[in-house]
Design a protein around this ligand. Structure first.
Ligand SMILES: *Cc1c(COP(=O)(O)O)cnc(C)c1O
Length: 460
């Protein structure tokens, strides 16, 4: 399966480099203050190692860059669209492809096509943009993930699984016709990049079919999920990542996908489905919100790079390397006693900020503070995935105070090397030694939607 004895060894060599700026602590203190202690508001050029997100931050291959030169920028019927459609069929297996500018565009189309105001939309833990679109379409999100997912130290290998009992109870309580669809995130970003097992996908699909409830995958990191099934679920060890991906998608009726993650590109996304009427609805919304149904907000060259990226990312050894990088960083932190979410996920390492800064109460945003402190200490940018990201309840206006209050140390694909991860680990370990000195934050500006992107804070 892997070509070398060490999957951490990069399965590529470097052809072009991008210099990074090394800054002083005084410089970073000022930059953090100007950014309202929100790492989303920092300027990228003031960051040394950027682990804010794996979204759109990937390094493309020479084949992808070469493909960009083959962009067919026709308004309608670009040949790159038809190639992307073929690759999507081969790798995911859905009948219809609707391209979008990125994942949230696809979420908007699916939410609009399937939700009637007042309906419920269960899911295995929320994702920020997914839930926002479901709520804007009049839906009510209900979390039906297994309880294990809310416990950072539970080592269930498939912590993303749906709790069938919670799902069935919801069906009984509100009636199947009041459920628009169920979203299954594969993997579950906010739980720490945790995968869903094939057995669970199959069981959820069977139960949903019985009640005529559509199953929509958030397939943004489905290729990573397929790799976890290969190495963790009995019976799949000799199947290829691509075969597993096809089987996963066969237990669903459609998917939304951000092209900025697993597909090794910097922009793009799509919605996909099997039902003709749903595809027709999404295509008519696509021309309103995204662009013509054969480009949906992407250029021809973007679609070519994405198709090529899907083929590269779904090779077994490419995923083995990706997961090995996350494990390398995670294991270094574990060895130093740093509390992180277990098992180590696919796209990064999630630090348990409530345990790290156990003296800072959740209403003072310990994860937000820790992300700030990591930047000030080392120039490494990470992001908050806790109370700020969770936002407020639509009905009561109260903050959610999620059980998981984490800092996500996210790994862009093919961008950083082992020595970068050593620097990151050393910085976090250093900070842990002086954790008692840290104080919390106060939110001084709170946007109405997806507040974590633009909120501003002051030090207490
Ligand atoms: C990034 C992401 C999205 C949204 O995709 P965008 O391309 O950023 O709009 C949806 N779901 C998950 C799990 C994601 O990680």
């Amino acid at each position: 399966m892997t070509l070398t004895s060490n999957p951490m060894a990069e399965p590529y060599k470097i052809k072009m480099v991008e210099p990074v700026k090394i800054t002083t602590r005084e410089f970073r203190e000022k930059a953090a203050k100007e950014a309202g202690h929100n790492t989303f508001l920092l300027r990228s050029e003031d960051v040394y190692i950027d682990l804010l997100t794996d979204s759109g931050t990937n390094a493309m291959s020479e084949s992808q860059w070469a493909g960009m030169m083959l962009g067919d920028e026709a308004y309608a019927g670009s040949k790159n669209y038809y190639f992307l459609e073929k690759v999507m069929h081969d790798c995911f297996g859905y009948k219809h492809l609707v391209p979008t500018h990125q994942g949230r565009g696809a979420e908007n189309l699916v939410s609009n096509a399937l939700i009637k105001p007042g309906q419920y939309v269960p899911g295995n833990m929320y994702f920020t943009t997914t839930r926002a679109h479901q709520e804007l379409a009049g839906g009510n999100f209900v979390d039906v993930i297994i309880d294990d997912a809310h416990d950072p130290y539970n080592t269930n290998p498939f912590k993303g699984d749906v709790d069938l009992k919670k799902y069935e109870d919801l069906i009984k309580r509100v009636g199947a016709e009041q459920i628009a669809y169920i979203t299954i995130g594969v993997t579950v970003n906010l739980a720490g990049g945790q995968p869903v097992s094939m057995a669970n996908l199959k069981a959820v699909y069977e139960l949903s079919q019985k009640h005529k409830i559509p199953v929509i995958l958030d397939a943004t990191r489905a290729i990573e999920n397929a790799y976890f099934i290969k190495v963790r679920e009995k019976g799949y060890e000799n199947k290829s990542v691509r075969e597993i991906l096809r089987e996963m998608c066969s237990y669903s009726d459609g998917a939304t996908c951000s092209g900025k993650k697993d597909f090794h590109t910097n922009i793009g996304g799509f919605a996909a489905c099997n039902d003709d009427a749903m595809a027709e609805h999404m295509r008519s919304m696509c021309v309103v919100y995204e662009g013509l149904q054969t480009y949906g907000g992407m250029t021809g060259r973007d679609m070519e790079a994405m198709a090529r990226g899907i083929l590269e990312a779904s090779e077994d050894h490419v995923m083995a390397h990706r997961v090995a990088q996350a494990e390398y960083l995670g294991n270094k932190l574990i060895a130093a006693g740093i509390p992180i979410v277990l098992p180590i996920g696919g796209h990064g390492v999630f630090i348990d900020a409530r345990a790290f800064y156990s003296h800072i109460p959740q209403e003072q945003y310990p994860a937000q503070k820790l992300a700030n402190d990591i930047y000030v200490h080392s120039g490494v940018r990470t992001m908050e995935r806790g109370n700020v990201s969770a936002g407020r309840c639509k009905e009561t206006g109260k903050e959610f105070f999620p059980k998981l209050e984490t800092v996500r140390v996210t790994i862009p694909r093919r961008v950083y090397t082992q020595s970068h991860f050593d620097v990151v680990a050393d910085a976090i370990i250093d900070l842990y030694k002086q954790r008692d000195k840290a104080k919390g934050l106060k939110m001084v500006f709170e946007p109405k939607y997806l507040r974590f992107f633009q909120a501003r804070f002051e030090m207490l």
